[in-house]
Design a protein around this ligand. Structure first.
Ligand code: NDP
Length: 289
């Protein structure tokens, strides 16, 4: 029975998780609210349960991947969770993870919270990163099946840890994406091909990742002195980007926002420090609100 798992939720992500595990030989029981979505997976060898309760009863490990925590809670209400390992892979906040952990634990389950850093087409391959946190015993029980879905890691016992890292990665990613969209508009306005920018960014990505790692070290150790490039230089770059937007008569929202943020760092007296000193501006702001 250790080779068995159940999966609730066969949306874009749930279906990809199910397919990855089933094609690697996992005995999987699935359930989805809209039952027709299970049909294409039957050929991959999954068993379809008629109810949530039946799906939960079928396996020691129960993985959930639906829209959100409210939907997860509504589904699990209908099942007997005692003795089960519940793995929640739907996206949410650390607080939601803590609440569901307490709720599931009170019903006798071991709880593992997880976050998927991948799009469905990457699931099952080396680029799908899966972070988990919560009960170590739950991790030990679920690691095998989760490893079939992606590169899985346990990031700590606080149940909210995986969700916190997930949200922090989303913030980093979407911040970069918004900057990229402005960059793409800038390139278009110069009558150049955006494909060239894509290739350049892919080539530069490891260096950017390294800059972020160094910034994270600075913040972790609280060291912002003698930077290679100062916070003021960052402001200058964003101010230049704003000047270009005006010259080229393109939307200036992104450079306006970025310049304003760095300007706050300069106003607070951190112009000569590393750009990571921006964390001190954000700390001061959260204390006020
Ligand atoms: P979809 O919208 O494709 O699927 C949503 C799933 O949730 C469906 O199975 C749906 O059932 C089910 N569902 C929603 N509400 C309820 C409910 N009240 N009761 C029962 N079932 C419900 O979303 P995804 O599969 O893309 O996403 C699922 C989770 O995975 C989300 O939390 C998302 O943030 C996360 N995720 C998704 C990624 C992606 O790229 N797609 C990337 C990383 C994480 P039904 O089929 O009946 O509608």
């Amino acid at each position: 029975t250790t080779n068995e798992a159940s999966l609730l939720g066969l949306g874009a992500m749930g279906a990809a998780l199910a397919r990855a595990a089933a094609t690697k030989g996992r005995r999987l029981t699935v359930w989805n609210r809209t039952s027709a979505k299970a049909a294409p997976l039957v050929a991959a060898g999954v068993t379809v349960a008629a109810s949530v309760a039946a799906a939960v009863a079928a396996s020691p490990v129960v993985i959930v991947c639906v829209t959100d925590y409210a939907a997860t809670r509504a589904l699990l209400e209908a099942a007997l969770l005692a003795g089960k390992t519940v793995v929640q892979l739907s996206t949410g906040t650390p607080q939601e993870a803590r609440e569901l952990a307490a709720w599931a634990t009170a019903r006798g389950a071991r709880y593992l919270d997880g976050a998927i850093l991948a799009v469905p087409s990457q699931v099952g391959g080396p680029h799908a990163n899966l972070m988990t946190s919560g009960s170590r015993e739950a991790f030990a029980a679920a690691e095998g099946v989760l490893a079939e879905m992606g590169a899985v890691r346990f990031v700590g016992e606080p149940p909210g840890a995986a969700a916190a890292l997930d949200l922090a990665v989303l913030s980093s990613l979407f911040g970069a994406l918004l900057g990229f969209y402005h960059g793409a508009r800038l390139i278009e306005a110069e009558q150049m091909g955006v494909d060239g920018l894509g290739e350049l960014m892919a080539a530069t990505a490891p260096a950017i990742g390294e800059m972020i790692r160094i910034d994270a070290e600075s913040i972790h150790h609280g060291r912002y002195e003698a930077p290679e490039a100062s916070l003021e230089i960052c402001w200058r770059s964003m101010d230049l980007l704003g000047r270009h937007a005006r010259e080229a008569a393109i939307d200036g929202s992104f450079p306006g926002f970025a310049a304003e943020m760095f300007q706050r760092g300069i106003t607070a007296g951190f112009g000569d420090e590393a750009p990571a000193a921006m964390i001190k501006v954000l700390r001061a702001a959260s204390a006020q609100k």
